[in-house]
Design a protein around this ligand. Structure first.
Ligand code: ACO
Length: 355
């Protein structure tokens, strides 16, 4: 039986940091409100486009796997904030990498996009269509943010990370997943201004208005992530105490704590990094995974659970067996150009552009 092991991992966070205090300079909010309600202290704002963030993350992941981009057979890019819709995001990255033999596709399920992309690549490797894949989760959500809306502007940030998957005969990689969509919550999060229905120019494309019912999303997210986790664990005969680490979608610390409580998991076995980045949508889980490996929180052979939710409201939980290696085979020297402005200046420029 063919499996799809994780052989490479890499992340790229834009350097400009936007603090809660920065947000309070132009929104009626405070560090105290944001920290206590969400657990978020700061987030990153990108000075480059998504393709550039992804290029750096992907080059680091390919180096970690010691895989030549020209040998890559598939790129699956999970995102909601494409540089372009046509041609797609994955082909833009393919061009940057020189991955001339790869097929390239995007997956958009909002914050769960990276995990749905992983499911897609895993299936194509396990059925023999391709032998390896680059799976990317990335967002430059700052460019689609309504920076005048304190309900949402304080929650999100930019970032990107990527994994390399390669066919192997060991029982590792994605062991199983539970996917679903709580469509009853579809209207709880709608980003008006990001689709063809806005082509009548009543609202300029990209100038967004976020319809957002935080409490409703919170309630449904806890239920969806918990149920998906329970189902995938039961399907594989795994009990909670066999899990080494939960790496959940990072939207709100209180959501993560509520899911951990329902699963009877102590927070010591839950990886949390949202204090630094906020909700990076599709980038959240892969960045957390990469940081968990880098911090030594993922040991060789570790059993991981990755529960997530996103607009839709899509939900999922992935059960993953990490491989024998937690050290990159090679380091990449790929990096971003320096940011010419502070995060606050970048956001102020975005606010001016909307006017
Ligand atoms: N600063 C100060 N006050 C604020 C802010 C802010 N940034 N935002 C809202 N408030 C106010 C509200 O207006 C409200 O005031 P009111 O009582 O006078 O009406 C008050 O704070 C309380 O608001 P609540 O909604 O009760 O706050 P709650 O404790 O529920 O927290 C939050 C809100 C953080 C949004 C929470 O509900 C949440 O995290 N929900 C999940 C949302 C999420 O993560 N979505 C991600 C979507 S996934 C994707 O795919 C994009």
């Amino acid at each position: 039986m063919v499996h799809a092991g994780v052989t490479g991992w890499g992340k790229c966070l834009p350097p400009a940091v936007l603090s809660n205090a920065d947000l309070a300079t132009f929104l009626d909010t405070s560090d105290e409100w944001i920290s206590s309600r969400t657990g978020i202290h700061e987030r990153r704002i990108s000075h480059v486009g998504l393709t550039e963030l992804a290029r750096v993350a992907a080059q680091r992941a390919l180096a970690a796997a010691n895989l030549d981009p020209a040998a890559l057979e598939l790129i699956v890019f999970g995102t909601t904030s494409f540089d372009d819709q046509a041609p797609n995001q994955a082909s833009g990255l393919q061009q940057q990498l020189g991955a001339v033999r790869a097929a390239a596709m995007d997956v958009n399920t909002a914050c769960t996009s990276f995990l749905y992309a992983w499911s897609t690549a895993n299936a194509l490797i396990r059925t023999g269509v391709v032998r390896n894949a680059l799976v990317v989760g990335g967002e430059v959500i700052s460019r689609f943010m309504d920076w005048n809306n304190r309900n949402v502007a304080v929650l999100f940030g930019d970032g990107c990370a990527a994994l390399v998957l390669e066919a192997c005969d060991r029982d590792e990689g994605l062991l199983g997943e539970k996917l679903g969509c709580d469509v009853g919550g579809r209207d709880a999060l709608v980003i008006q201004g990001m689709g063809s229905r806005y082509a009548d120019f009543e609202r300029r494309y990209g100038v967004t208005n976020w319809i957002f019912d935080g409490q409703e999303i919170f309630r449904r997210a806890v239920i969806g992530m918990s149920q998906a986790s329970v189902e995938v664990l039961a399907a594989h005969g795994i009990s909670g105490d066999q899990l080494d680490l939960i790496v959940p979608h990072q939207a709100n610390l209180r959501i993560i704590e509520a899911v951990a409580k329902r699963l009877d998991m102590p927070m010591e076995r839950v990886f949390v990094n949202l204090q630094h980045y906020g909700n990076m949508s599709a980038a959240t889980v892969p960045v957390a995974l990469v940081e968990a490996v880098e911090a030594g929180r993922i040991k060789p052979g570790a059993l991981l659970l990755l529960p997530a939710f996103g607009a839709g409201l899509t939900w999922c939980a992935h059960l993953v067996r990490w491989g024998a290696r937690t050290v990159p085979l090679r380091e990449s020297d790929a990096c971003l150009p320096p940011a010419p402005h502070t995060a606050l200046e970048l956001v102020q420029a975005l606010i001016r552009q909307r006017c």
